[in-house]
Design a protein around this ligand. Structure first.
Ligand SMILES: NC(=O)c1ccc[n+]([C@@H]2O[C@H](COP(=O)([O-])OP(=O)(O)OC[C@H]3O[C@@H](n4cnc5c(N)ncnc54)[C@H](OP(=O)(O)O)[C@@H]3O)[C@@H](O)[C@H]2O)c1
Length: 256
């Protein structure tokens, strides 16, 4: 039996990760934000020392993309230093670290799909904070897997982490919605992301990966599809990102 320490274990990805690991008769040592704050290096090191896991899976993150424009110190701390702290602890015990990043490390200006050969050029503070985390992991961990992904949706977690869950909340409260049609990406189903990441870990396939499910759509197309599926009676109108000033600069074209 293999023991994995999971951080951010009450989040969308953390919950699915723990359930999958337990389902495969391995042990998930699940730590929520309350149990383990990844921004505190001494606490992180102590936790790894006490629990002696065979690997660390970092599902913790500051994901409030728009808020990160002002609250950037917190975003940099959690996504940058927090990830680095886990890499330091993993390295100290010579165990692997799986870390999740985002397609927001790219600007989204490139009209063809991004590959691992493309140089990250984030345009938002959230994207910069996640790139900082990648750099911390690469610098301090000898055996790491970084999975860049985007537009997660699944069975668990807070609506703030998943566009479909957010959409269902809006659809309950409103009759008309304006949804942007100039942000295009490939949604990622959390159970598929978990299966792919654990498979890489089992194969010791250290490195950086891009993971999304196949196909791509705009947020407007995604919302319209969902409205059809639940026979929502309201109206959805297409909007532009610029119609909602004050948020982060979201990358616009991020198909896989
Ligand atoms: N959701 C998406 O569409 C998306 C897209 C691209 C990449 N990703 C990446 O996928 C990963 C998982 O995201 P998710 O959707 O599962 O997000 P999530 O549901 O928001 O989960 C993140 C978890 O991290 C916890 N956390 C925040 N600060 C922490 C800290 N200092 N120490 C320990 N835990 C802390 C949060 O706890 P509290 O809520 O209690 O603070 C939350 O439970 C992240 O790396 C994220 O960047 C997600």
């Amino acid at each position: 039996m293999v023991k994995y320490l999971i951080t951010g274990a009450r989040g969308q990805l953390g919950l699915e990760m723990a359930s999958r690991i337990e389902g495969s008769h391995n042990k998930a040592l699940s730590f929520s934000h309350e149990d383990l704050d990844i921004t505190d290096l001494m606490t992180v090191r102590q936790c790894v020392r006490d629990n002696q896991p065979d690997g660390i899976i970092n599902c913790a993150s500051y994901n409030a993309v728009d808020q990160a424009e002002n609250d950037w110190q917190r975003a940099y701390l959690v996504n940058g230093i927090g990830a680095q702290n886990l890499a330091i602890a993993a390295d100290e015990h010579n165990i692997p670290l799986v870390h999740f990043s985002t397609h927001f490390v790219f600007s989204g200006e490139q009209r063809i799909p991004y590959t691992l050969a493309d140089r990250p050029d984030p345009i938002s503070r959230y994207g910069k904070s996640k790139l900082l985390g990648e750099e911390g992991v690469r610098s301090f961990s000898r055996s790491f897997i970084i999975v860049r992904t985007g537009w997660l949706f699944g069975e668990h977690g807070k609506p703030s982490a998943s566009f479909p869950a957010k959409l269902l909340e809006w659809m309950e409260k409103k009759n008309t919605l304006s949804i942007v049609d100039d942000q295009i990406a490939a949604p990622s189903y959390v159970p598929d992301l978990v299966a792919a990441s654990l498979s890489l870990l089992q194969k010791k396939a250290w490195g950086i990966y891009h993971f999304n499910n196949g196909g791509s759509c705009s947020r407007y197309e995604w919302a319209s599809y969902m409205a059809g599926k639940i026979a929502w009676k309201g109206t959805i109108t297409p909007a532009r990102t610029a119609d909602f000033p004050g948020g982060a600069c979201c990358p616009r074209h991020l198909p896989p």
